[in-house]
Design a protein. Structure first.
Length: 234
């Protein structure tokens, strides 16, 4: 892990007057802790986004990066499964159009161009001064099936957390859904716990969704809030 890199990212955000990290910054910190994420690039223009998409290989995901927006999906700032260069170009225009329809005069600091990762199972890992685990994506609010442990946690704690959710059978394999790699989830739980313990400036971590398959797990969206959280955002 690069301690200097983590400190640099956190310091840059605070110097910029932000109490949250851009998604690319949050994922870079995840990478510093060995938490896997999809490959991504940050681009400023349509041409740059297309070049990044070509480097990654289509299809890709496109997300807005803005100091005025935390919840990107709520404002139409995320587009999935862009399968062509024209999709990428029109996607940028669509995101800008979505913002303007909502009358949001939000700054556009760039775009995150990311490889598309699919998985039949999505989970969530969250942290404050405790660690939280449950099924992710749309199931978080629908099922409210989560388990908690106080940080820091050890491997035995992470193993127990996985057994405590009501729908744990999904992790074992259910109907046409194969068993997932639980060790990959345990790895993310332990390293997320370490992240918040070692960096008290981090107030909240939200890794949701995390795509989990039979071989690995990758954090598809990462949100990190810093203290004190005094700036109100969308």
């Amino acid at each position: 892990m690069s301690v200097d890199k983590v400190e640099e990212i956190l310091r840059k955000a605070k110097n910029d007057g932000r109490n949250f990290l851009f998604e690319n910054e949050a994922k870079s910190i995840c990478a510093c802790y060995g938490i896997p994420t999809p490959k991504f690039y940050v681009a400023k223009s349509e041409d740059e986004c297309v070049e990044c998409a070509k480097k990654l290989g289509l299809p890709v995901v496109l997300k807005i990066i803005s100091r005025d927006i935390i919840h990107k999906s709520d404002v139409g700032g995320v587009l999935l499964n862009l399968v062509s260069e024209e999709d990428v170009r029109s996607g940028i225009r669509k995101i800008v159009e979505n913002l303007r329809k909502l009358k949001l005069d939000a700054a556009i600091n760039g775009f995150l161009v990311e490889e598309l990762v699919k998985s039949p199972v999505e989970v969530i890992v969250g942290a404050f001064r405790d660690i939280m685990f449950g099924l992710g994506g749309i199931f978080v609010e629908l099922l409210r099936d989560v388990s908690y442990r106080l940080c820091p946690i050890q491997k035995v704690d992470a193993e127990e957390i996985l057994t405590e959710i009501k729908f744990r059978q999904i992790l074992e394999g259910y109907r046409n859904i194969p068993p997932v790699n639980k060790e990959a989830i345990i790895n993310i739980l332990i390293k997320t716990s370490r992240m918040v313990v070692e960096n008290p400036i981090i107030a909240e971590v939200d890794l949701n969704p995390i795509a989990v398959g039979k071989d690995d797990a990758k954090v598809l969206d990462a949100r990190i809030i810093l203290v004190p959280n005094t700036i109100q955002k969308v």
